[in-house]
Write a protein that binds this ligand. Structure first.
Ligand SMILES: C[S@@+](CC[C@H](N)C(=O)[O-])C[C@H]1O[C@@H](n2cnc3c(N)ncnc32)[C@H](O)[C@@H]1O
Length: 225
């Protein structure tokens, strides 16, 4: 006899696992074909500068502990390790990291889905271009999971596709990967509704025109209350 509540849970897990595979396959194609134009892009330098300026001070007991969610090739992870003399973990669905070791601090890499990641309490979470590829129904759980990983007073910097039309819009790729154009308000609501306070922002011009719009990233910095 079917159990409706268990079946629904299982369906949701299968959906989640199915979409993870779509994302992994999609990015694997892009990295494999050298189409990861975001890696090392000047816009990423702007995000790095914003993160360096927003990071909390190192704890008296040691180095800052940082998690770089969706780190890709790991260039930004190693730059943050060096810039902050921090212990950085770069996390990605794919093991495509190939950045040279940092000149200061440390960087290690883990292959995992962010929602499956557990570890020591963190001072700084970085999400540069990962949230906007998730399913919208997973956004609240994404932020709640990060909140659990962060220490009280910890910092989360998130950078995302800023919607040029003033509304949240979905721009899916043909392979099923989701690209969300998000509004500042929607991301503020998401984080403040989960007990974060916004303490900084940086608007980053991509120098890229698409469908008659000038596309930009918006990076926001939040503190866990
Ligand atoms: C647009 S790339 C950005 C990479 C890197 N942050 C950078 O700026 O160079 C997004 C990355 O997020 C990873 N990703 C997507 N969903 C993820 C998830 N649920 N958990 C871990 N990584 C994920 C992808 O594999 C991809 O490498």
């Amino acid at each position: 006899m079917p159990n409706p509540s268990t079946d629904t849970d299982t369906d949701a897990e299968n959906d989640y696992a199915g979409y993870r595979q779509v994302v992994a396959d999609s990015f694997q194609q892009w990295y494999g074909a050298g189409r990861d134009s975001w890696t090392g892009a000047p816009t990423n330098d702007r995000v790095t500068d914003f993160i360096l300026a927003s990071a909390p001070p190192a704890p008296p007991t040691g180095r800052l502990r940082v998690l770089d969610i969706g780190c890709g090739r790991g260039i930004q992870s190693t730059e943050l390790a060096a810039g902050l003399d921090a212990e950085v973990t770069g996390l990605d669905l794919l093991d495509v990291w190939d950045a040279p070791a940092p000149s200061r601090g440390s960087a290690r890499f883990r292959q995992s889905d962010f929602l499956g990641y557990t570890g020591d309490s963190l001072d700084l979470l970085v999400d540069n271009g990962c949230l906007h590829h998730q399913r919208r129904e997973d956004f609240p759980g994404w932020v709640a999971h990060g909140r659990e990983l962060l220490r009280p007073g910890g910092t989360w910097v998130v950078s995302f596709f800023l919607s040029p039309v003033g509304e949240v819009e979905l721009k899916p790729l043909a392979d099923g990967r989701l690209n969300w154009w998000l509004t500042e308000e929607s991301v503020l609501d998401l984080f403040t509704g989960s007990g974060f306070r916004c303490v900084g922002r940086s608007l980053i011009d991509r120098g890229f025109r698409y469908e008659n719009h000038d596309l930009k990233y918006l990076a926001l910095c939040f503190t866990k209350e």
